[in-house]
Design a protein around this ligand. Structure first.
Ligand code: FEO
Ligand code: CA
Ligand code: CA
Length: 682
């Protein structure tokens, strides 16, 4: 559809959207936001610094933090929400000259005036040669394995140097929504065909796309030799220090070195050597029957990763024993990893990199250290879980020679895995030792990267290195890491190297019997999330200490507990629940949201991180009903987003869908990739 703001669309009644759909919770995160957070370790908290955090820089004044916890004003109730668009108070930063869209609940992708959009590819569209056209009433596993998968999340766009106008689009397919995929679906008794379609709809797609010369349109090149589908049954190799461990061995794989498939692929990253990393997130939801495990150590490990004791939601264990923990107790250990994929070689075997640890991986975003090694920043998306970093032992080799490529493909197999500990109110100069701040502005505290393991050496008392990698959450508990408000994407700035950490929300923060606030997670009942800005010591990604400060504390700007890097709150767009983040070519931070608690659809926002416009949050688009904004990719030519799980509403079915996007009335919703561009004709 053509662009345009939607100022007059009715907003949901106050509070309508503040409770997440039960269906969303079940499928997206295995009820991670409603079940007991599986982190019950007793790490120390910064009770003595909480008050300093609340008063620092006037961010939180007059008990505002507690006021938010008690009320949490919704956007619909806010006068600020009625404003059709937020206007800039000054000259826009480069690339940000657009009028923000208004919050809305339209079943559409809504974009600024003067922009245009196109759906690039939908769930079920053909990818591989011979794939049939999508037919919602005649789906098959054989067809799905050659078609675009469900629920696109992270996307990477890579160059194809010898093919002008063509690029490679790599897309994660995080999970499936069976109730709105299949007509006649009965959750208690799924058919084998439905289960096998779901297996084929997971994983990734590698797709050649062709750019239009005169617009931002992108066209899929169906059947291209580079196109590929990776699914829940594709053979994948374990590499690194835990490969071959007894903890990874099963009846089907007594070597512990090959696993079938990748599941719940959420965020990701692109390496300097042109491979794609994809994080396996809520893998726990695919396994059933943990109740059969009686050994107390094994039970504790399963519980820490949230494995269900009863049947799984999708009942896959009825169709393949590997999803039955009672029959294959090590199979869950084979998920929850970062997978490296070479998109330029469709015959290559993806690798699960055990040196990067096992948890609910969101993304793995790289930055080179000063001496040329590679650092990866990684979040574990669970309430009260942790922020991690990996630093390779060997250095990156430039160039695309075969030798350089083979060398670089070993960089994620040997290094040190760290977890973050945040401390409040300690000037950066103290840890730098130079007596000066490492960058402009004021920091809220310092932090350290605590080593967990290096190669085959464990740094955690009472755990072997293999145990550290396979049960990383337990190792981080022992190390005294800081419990965070759901670390999602973590993105180093392409030029400054500062690291931006999206913390989606944590409704349990400070609840009765739960962990209270600390300076890095300062808000009780954190419904709207926040973003931290980290500066590594000497700006070196290899450092073991850093400074940090609050960049954004999200919500309705009328809410006194929000903070927009000091920018005038009268001029910013409301924003809630930051998830995927990415930088544009000008160094502005783009933020995709998931689960907005402000009564409007989720969206894509942009904020400059430096200069006079730092903190000026502007909403660029909204996604359809009940969808989550994913991707995103921002180039000079276009903005790509994935609209994940449109119509994911409790009680919705294929017969009675809550969304008809993108095909319109009479159709079931289809998660899709959308390109948006500045329409020069207008
Ligand atoms: Fe799949 Fe935490 O987002
Ligand atoms: Ca995410
Ligand atoms: Ca990212």
């Amino acid at each position: 559809m053509r662009g345009g703001t939607v100022p007059d669309l009715p907003l949901l009644p106050a509070g309508h959207n503040t409770a997440r759909s039960a269906l969303t919770c079940e499928y997206r995160c295995g009820n991670s936001c409603s079940h007991e957070a599986p982190n019950r370790s007793l790490n120390p908290y910064f009770g003595d610094v909480v008050q300093r955090a609340l008063s620092r820089r006037g961010v939180f004044k007059g008990g505002a933090v507690l006021a938010l916890a008690a009320g949490g004003a919704t956007l619909a109730a806010s006068p600020a929400a009625a404003a059709p668009a937020v206007t800039s108070g000054g000259r826009p930063s480069r690339g940000l000259d657009f009028e923000p869209v208004a919050p809305n609940t339209a079943d559409a992708v809504t974009i600024p005036a003067d922009y245009a959009q196109q759906v690039v590819i939908r769930w079920g569209d053909p990818v591989l040669a011979g794939a049939p056209r999508f037919d919602a009433h005649s789906q098959s596993a054989k067809a799905q394995a050659r078609q675009f998968g469900y629920n696109a999340d992270y996307m990477a766009l890579l160059d194809l140097p010898r093919r002008r106008g063509h690029q490679l689009l790599v897309v994660n397919h995080e999970y499936t929504n069976e109730e709105i995929m299949f007509f006649g679906y009965v959750p208690a008794t799924p058919t084998r065909e439905q289960v096998e379609i779901a297996w084929a709809a997971h994983g990734l797609t590698v797709l050649v796309v062709r750019a239009d010369d005169c617009s931002g349109r992108l066209w899929p090149v169906t059947g291209d030799a580079l196109n590929r589908r990776i699914t829940a049954t594709t053979p994948i190799r374990f590499t690194g220090p835990a490969a071959g461990s007894d903890l990874l061995k099963t009846n089907a794989d007594p070597t512990g070195r090959t696993v079938l498939g990748t599941l719940n692929n959420c965020g990701g990253g692109i390496t300097p050597w042109g491979t794609v990393l994809t994080g396996e997130e809520n893998f726990n939801q695919y396994f059933g029957n943990a109740v059969a495990v009686t050994d107390p150590v094994a039970k504790a490990r399963l519980a820490r990763y949230g494995l269900p004791t009863g049947a799984s939601t999708r009942k896959w264990e009825r169709f393949d024993d590997r999803f039955d923990i009672g029959k294959e107790p090590n199979e869950p250990n084979r998920f929850g990893w970062v997978v490296e994929i070479d998109p330029y070689d469709p015959t290559s075997t993806p690798r699960k990199r055990t040196a990067l640890g096992r948890f609910k991986h969101e993304a793995a975003e790289p930055r080179l250290t000063r001496d040329g090694r590679v650092a990866l920043y990684m979040g574990d998306d669970e309430r009260f879980d942790y922020l991690y970093k990996y630093v390779s032992t060997k250095t990156y080799k430039k160039g695309d020679s075969r030798a350089a490529r083979e060398h670089n493909l070993t960089l994620l197999d040997e290094g040190t895995l760290y977890v973050a500990k945040f401390t409040g109110d300690s000037p950066a100069a103290e840890i730098d030792g130079t007596g000066r701040l490492p960058s402009d502005g004021e920091f809220d505290g310092s932090g350290e990267w605590i080593p967990l393991a290096t190669g085959n050496v464990s740094h955690v008392a009472g755990m072997t290195a293999e145990e550290v990698y396979v049960f990383t959450r337990l190792a981080a508990d022992k190390a005294g890491a800081t419990k965070m408000d759901r670390p999602e994407d973590v993105e180093p700035h392409p030029t400054t190297g500062r690291v931006y950490v999206a913390l989606t929300n944590n409704s349990d923060r400070g609840a009765a019997g739960k962990v209270g606030p600390d300076e890095a997670n300062p808000r009780i009942g954190n419904k709207h999330g926040h973003i931290l800005e980290l500066e590594e010591r000497r700006s070196d990604a290899a450092s073991t200490s850093f400074s940090w400060r609050l960049m954004l504390v999200c919500g309705d700007p009328e809410d006194p507990s929000t903070y927009f890097a000091g920018f005038d709150k009268l001029k910013v767009s409301p924003i809630s629940c930051p998830d995927n983040v990415a930088f544009d070519p000008h160094g502005n931070l783009w933020i995709a949201t998931d689960g907005s608690a402000l009564g409007s659809n989720d969206g894509l926002f942009v904020v400059p991180v430096k200069g006079s416009e730092r903190g000026h949050v502007k909403q660029f688009l909204t996604v359809p009903k009940a969808a989550e904004t994913c991707g995103p990719i921002i180039t000079e030519d276009r903005i790509l987003v994935a609209a994940q799980h449109p119509g994911e509403v409790t009680g919705a079915t294929a017969e009675n869908p809550a969304s008809h996007w993108p095909d319109g009335p009479g159709n079931i919703p289809r998660p899709s990739v959308v390109t948006v561009w500045k329409d020069k004709r207008r």
